[in-house]
Design a protein around this ligand. Structure first.
Ligand code: NDP
Length: 393
């Protein structure tokens, strides 16, 4: 029986993974080693009971008594805190979903790789902050990383049977987010509620706001660079409001292979779960005759400054991805808390990057996870200063 663990089970990716596991036989088909959540004890306990998991872990230490209470009589082990997450990652499983949001997902995914198996990687932040380390760890332990981000799953699928040397260009698409058609001068006053709606995808709040600012696409460009080993110049972003073409791979003979599908993460998750097989998945089928037309445009650099920052990060390399992601997470927190406006996020991130690059530290190779985590902490500290200054002026 295949063993699986789901990190971030209570989130949007986690729920889709849970749905697929249940549809594909649930506890009769899988030995579920560990399920983890951040704060949502009730849902984590429900999922753990339904899948007869061996262990449930909640990230917030203070919630351990609640989790124990919710699992009473089930025989499912309950644990809490960051160490417990790492211990769950130390329990080998054949397939592990990395579905925690943010840099918090890095350490558990990294640890899981050291036991081999397959890491289904939704947590793009892992590749952005520590791509070379993660890929090397997978190679060292014979583990496999399968991309779950829809664009990267699409590229992965388009590359089946192809050689990377024949690839000229990878295009990933972006819906343009909630403010694609807003006048530029209105963006500064955009509210959290307005930024938390997505034209096509139903996702967690943080990635939805990152889609409006295109920080999400910025992370994905870096993710493409790290996962497929392709240069920044070979990666293109296109605004595609319909979100039906997820990615295109252009080859040196002029041919282009694209991947299309309705916006439902259960396709990419299901592909990674069943790879290399394709199985029947509960996603709506594409009806192009009904859709009629697909549209594409180059992204407006004034509307989406995050894309320019991603290019700078790739040109510096080293620890700059960790700094970029941490500053972005801190700026996003500040926007969600109402401390800064929507457009101030990019300014804050740029300020942190230029302060850190002045020290010359960013170009250093990310030689260890500790270096990455130190850079993450320092970037968050600086972002705190930058954001406080922004609030005063
Ligand atoms: P959600 O916010 O919906 O879920 C995040 C999950 O992580 C929840 O289980 C949450 O727990 C848990 N969590 C939050 N903070 C911590 C923490 N500090 N430590 C441990 N666990 C934590 O996010 P999404 O599912 O939208 O996104 C997950 C990842 O997948 C992100 O990296 C995102 O970029 C990526 N992704 C998401 C897509 C989507 O469609 N949603 C598409 C492609 C990629 P709880 O809810 O219990 O607090």
């Amino acid at each position: 029986m295949r063993s699986v663990s789901v990190f971030g089970a209570t989130g949007s990716i986690g729920e889709s993974t849970f749905d697929l596991l249940m549809r594909q036989g649930g506890p009769d088909a899988y030995r579920v080693v560990a399920l983890t959540g951040g704060r949502n004890v009730a849902r984590l306990a429900e999922q753990a009971r339904a899948l007869r998991a061996e262990m449930a872990v909640i990230a917030d230490n203070a919630l351990l008594p609640d989790l124990k209470g919710a699992l009473a009589g089930s025989g499912i082990a309950a644990a809490a805190g960051q160490n417990a997450l790492l211990e769950a990652a130390d329990c080998p499983a054949d397939w592990i979903m990395s579905g925690i949001v943010g840099a918090a997902g890095l350490a558990p995914g990294f640890r899981a790789l050291s036991h081999g198996g397959t890491l289904a990687l939704a947590n793009k932040e892992s590749l952005v902050t520590a791509g070379p380390l993660l890929m090397a760890e997978a190679r060292a332990h014979g583990a496999r990383i399968l991309p779950v981000d829809s664009e990267h799953s699409a590229v992965f699928q388009a590359l089946v049977g192809e050689e990377m040397e024949a690839v000229e260009r990878i295009t990933i698409t972006a819906s343009g987010g909630a403010f694609r058609d807003w006048p530029l001068d209105r963006l500064a006053s955009a509210t959290v509620a307005e930024a938390s709606t997505h034209p096509n995808w139903a996702m967690g709040q943080r990635i939805t706001i990152d889609s409006a600012s295109m920080f999400n696409k910025a992370l994905e460009v870096i993710e493409t660079h790290e996962f497929f080993g392709i240069s920044s110049e070979q990666i293109e972003v296109l605004v595609h409001p319909e979100s039906l073409v997820h990615a295109l791979v252009g080859f040196r003979d002029g041919g282009v292979i694209g991947h299309l599908g309705v916006p439902d993460m259960r396709h990419a998750i299901g592909y990674a779960l069943n790879w290399p097989e394709r199985v029947q998945l509960p996603v709506a089928r594409l009806n192009l005759a009904e859709i009629g037309q697909l549209t594409f445009a180059a992204p407006d650099p004034a509307r989406y400054p995050a894309l320019r920052l991603a290019r700078e990060v790739m040109s510096v390399g080293g620890l700059s991805g960790a700094a970029f992601n941490a500053a972005k997470e801190a700026a996003l927190d500040a926007f969600i808390d109402g401390r800064i406006g929507f457009t101030a996020m990019a300014g804050a991130v740029e300020d942190v990057l230029s302060r850190l690059s002045a020290t010359g530290a960013l170009g250093n190779p990310a030689a260890s996870l500790d270096m990455v985590l130190d850079t993450d902490r320092e970037a968050r500290r600086l972002a705190g200063e930058v954001i406080e200054k922004m609030q005063r002026t």
